[in-house]
Design a protein around this ligand. Structure first.
Ligand code: PGA
Length: 249
């Protein structure tokens, strides 16, 4: 089943969400999720799942003004969390170590994780993008000994659910996010194949993100190795997002 995930980023109000839901008719046979601003997560929709766009690095409760913990997100009924979105890595300065800790908190709280990776333009242009994405993936992957320490091996906490059902990867080249520039189909297929080979979990789902729209979704979604899409701008319009969901079939 394809995953069609929307990311509203810092957009939308409660009334926008209600209007969106009134218009949106979910497609059967597609796994549909919306990553909403945390403040909207209590308005749980009935016919698709929601997720948070970020989670605190701090666990449980405590004096961390402004932070939202994984258990608080879980309590809203949300199912998933985005970890390491490029805007958090490159605008908010999150390191691989921070992303990894956040993903671990989310999994411990029983949330599913979409771990985002992707290279900036200069890395694409200088040709080192495979090394860059592999390092990002292995350094931020939850419960994995850092390759720098031990050679990427087994999960460190065998009691946790750490499997292809609870974690997926989003490959989002930074230069394609919000720019209207989509990676070529050949580049998407090559990177998804590469990530599947180097990922520490076999059969992990990989979704593509970066300027996905109704007009290009069908081709992207039917590319070898693409298990779904993560959609920013085009997810704000219910009719366009619905067309992207339909393009998955
Ligand atoms: P975009 O954003 O679809 O607006 O390019 C994708 C994302 O940031 O997840």
């Amino acid at each position: 089943m394809k995953h069609i995930l929307g990311n509203w980023k810092m957009h939308g109000s409660a009334s926008d969400l209600w209007a969106w839901q009134e218009q949106f008719v979910p497609t059967e046979g597609v796994n549909i999720g919306l990553f909403l601003p945390a403040i909207l997560l209590h308005s749980q929709p009935v016919n698709f799942f929601t997720g948070a766009q970020d989670v605190s690095i701090h666990e449980g409760q405590g004096a961390f003004t402004g932070e939202i913990s994984a258990t608080m997100i879980k309590d809203t009924g949300a199912r998933m969390v985005l970890c390491g979105h490029s805007e958090r890595r490159h605008v908010m300065g999150e390191t691989d170590a921070i992303v990894k800790k956040k993903a671990e908190n989310a999994l411990r709280a029983g949330l599913e994780v979409v771990l985002c990776v992707g290279e900036p333009l200069e890395i694409r242009e200088n040709g080192t993008f495979e090394d860059y994405v592999e390092r990002q993936l292995l350094e931020s992957f939850p419960f994995l000994a850092s390759p720098a320490q031990a050679g990427a091996s087994a999960p460190m906490d065998p009691n946790l659910r750490w499997e292809s059902e609870t974690i997926m990867i989003a490959y989002e080249p930074v230069w394609a996010i919000g720019t209207g520039k989509v990676a070529s189909i050949a580049a998407i297929a090559a990177m998804h194949d590469f990530i599947k080979r180097v990922a520490p979990i076999k059969n992990i789902a990989i979704v593509y993100g970066g300027s996905v729209k109704a007009g290009n979704a069908h081709e992207i979604l039917h590319t070898q190795g693409v298990d779904g899409v993560l959609v920013g701008g085009a997810s704000l319009k219910a009719d366009e997002f619905q067309k992207i969901c339909e393009a998955a079939l």
